[in-house]
Design a protein around this ligand. Structure first.
Ligand code: ADP
Length: 162
């Protein structure tokens, strides 16, 4: 059976935590569509196009991973791309409540779609895009949080060279 999975998120910016989930999903599903949500928040550091470009470069070595974006209802998008699985990552109990609600709501809206959760990798449990942005803004080291390409683009956005 060929299983197509959608991994949706803001990815503002992509972190090592996201990449870990992408790599592991690519081993579980026959095709993984990493999809950038275009309408969740307006105050993003990167445009959807910039986030997609970074994700494409970072996932180049995975032949069954592709990058796309979506607007509107996730389950509607999942139906359009002919997928039946949504992948989400779980870091802490704090993620659980929101994810629990979303998974149930999506199941109600589209019973044929299942949400599959991947536990964060031990080394990545404390990483979030938000934390990476905050540390970068305060001039801290983000080498362990995001790949070099993302780090460079973040520093450029913040008007710093290195
Ligand atoms: P969203 O705004 O949709 O939560 P994010 O880009 O913050 O978008 O996250 C996308 C998905 O990746 C979510 O399921 C989130 O829980 C998961 N995720 C983010 N960071 C990590 C991490 N360090 N480890 C595991 N999963 C993560």
């Amino acid at each position: 059976m060929r299983t197509i999975a959608v991994y949706p998120g803001s990815f503002d910016p992509p972190t090592y935590g996201h990449l870990d989930i992408i790599e592991r999903s690519s081993r579980v599903f026959s095709r993984v569509i990493v999809s950038v949500a275009r309408n969740i928040r307006k105050d993003t550091m990167f445009t959807a196009a910039e986030r997609m470009t970074m994700l494409r470069t970072l996932t180049r070595s995975f032949p069954n991973v592709e990058v796309d974006s979506f607007r509107g209802l996730l389950v509607e998008y999942v139906r359009v791309v002919d997928a039946h699985v949504v992948v989400r990552g779980l870091r802490a109990i704090s993620d659980f409540e929101y994810e629990f609600q979303m998974a149930h709501m999506n199941k109600k809206l589209s019973p044929e779609v299942d949400t599959v959760f991947m536990m964060t990798g031990e080394r990545y449990s404390y990483i979030s895009s938000q934390i990476a942005k905050e540390i970068a803004r305060l001039g801290g080291k983000i080498d362990d949080l995001v790949p070099p390409l993302v780090r460079e683009r973040m520093l450029r956005k913040l008007g710093r060279k290195k």
